[in-house]
Design a protein around this ligand. Structure first.
Ligand SMILES: Nc1ncnc2c1ncn2[C@@H]1O[C@H](COP(=O)(O)OP(=O)(O)OP(=O)(O)O)[C@@H](O)[C@H]1O
Ligand SMILES: [Mg+2]
Length: 329
């Protein structure tokens, strides 16, 4: 009979990493979300070689004490929830306490962090899940995490990475989505020291899109008056009739500040444009939905990319279509 054993943490984390961080952009996503949860108002993202050799996320958020920094690297260590019931109305991006240990188990991982009230920061270096050192370091308040040689400790996963250009495109799209979703935060994205975009804080959504995606895309968009009612609010920018796209890439849906894939919203959008776009073309849309968090289940996808709506207020794609059609779409 084969003997049953509990896996060592390092192996368990590497396996978990397979689900949480399937590519460099997924590591960037986890780090960005942590920065947002830490209350950052400024977030910088850098990467080289599509994030395969290096990526870093730096923020001016709340930082961590030396003890907390070590604890954060343990599996299931989180400051965001205390009981499963907290998931019923979650406002934070994180809740599983597995992103940092997962990423650190499959890379050379450097965490530098300092709370504003501390005089110095702490640096923790982990290689393939093994703690190499922790030492004091001088730094401004906030957190900087560097991830080098992602997946080198698990060569099987390296093989699944796509070309540098493809991985770069994934990172760029991801950071754009978060920059759009969180307009109160100043974002900056750099590749090999060159700036891809920066998005200064502004209340003007169209201006934000222009800073993030460029002038051309912004020209194809129109805003619509926010729609409010039955416990939700919808606003954003929609493509002018005829401004269709050949992919769903620019059909962006943001729910409670979280960029998500939602079949319900995607269906509603496509249906709303039914007669306005030729077959096979997709709407251009940057759509924000604010809804009671108790109506949204965010714990349905390993990388939290998808959400599901609970039938509280009765949100359905038909109802969303109804709302937008009323606006003349
Ligand atoms: N940039 C940061 N600034 C301040 N604290 C951070 C930062 N990144 C991580 N932390 C702390 O480390 C903890 C662990 O982070 P980790 O991403 O592993 O888990 P999580 O965000 O709680 O849940 P999830 O796995 O769903 O992302 C967080 O709960 C938070 O307390
Ligand atoms: Mg997290």
């Amino acid at each position: 009979m084969p003997e049953i054993r509990i896996l060592p943490d390092q192996v368990a984390n590497q396996i978990a990493a397979g689900e949480v961080v399937e590519r460099p952009a997924a590591a960037v996503k986890e780090l960005l979300e942590n920065s947002l949860d830490a209350g950052a108002t400024r977030i910088g993202v850098e990467f080289r070689h599509g994030g395969k050799s290096f990526l870093a996320v730096e923020d001016n958020g709340c930082g961590m004490t030396p003890d907390q920094a070590l604890l954060a690297l343990e599996p299931h260590a989180t400051s965001k929830i205390r009981a499963a019931g907290d998931l019923n109305a979650i406002r934070s991006f994180g809740f599983r306490g597995e992103a940092l240990p997962s990423i650190a188990s499959v890379s050379r991982f450097t965490l530098r962090t300092r709370p504003a009230e501390a005089v110095a920061g702490t640096e923790v270096l982990v290689n393939a899940g093994k703690l190499i050192h922790q030492k004091e370091t001088g730094m401004a308040p906030g957190t900087r995490i560097e991830v080098a040689n992602l997946f080198h400790p698990v060569p099987a996963r390296l093989k699944f990475l796509k070309t540098e250009n493809t991985e770069t495109a994934h990172i760029t799209r991801l950071v754009r989505l978060y920059a759009l979703a969180q307009p109160q935060v100043n974002f900056r994205l750099e590749e090999n020291g060159g700036e891809i975009f920066r998005s200064p804080v502004t209340d003007d959504l169209l201006e934000r899109v222009r800073a993030i995606w460029g002038r051309q895309l912004a020209q194809d968009l129109d805003s619509f008056a926010p729609v409010e009612g039955q416990g939700m609010r919808v606003w954003g920018l929609l493509g002018k009739p005829g401004a269709g796209r050949s992919t769903r890439q620019e059909m962006v849906t943001i729910v409670n500040g979280r960029p998500v894939d939602s079949r319900t919203l995607a269906y509603a959008l496509v249906e709303s444009y039914h007669t306005l776009l030729p077959k096979g073309r997709y709407p251009l849309a940057f759509l924000f939905l604010e809804i009671d968090p108790a109506c949204v289940d965010v714990n349905v996808h390993p990388a939290k990319r998808e959400i599901r709506f609970r039938e509280c207020g009765g949100l359905s794609s038909r109802r969303c279509c109804g709302i937008w059609k009323k606006r003349g779409r």
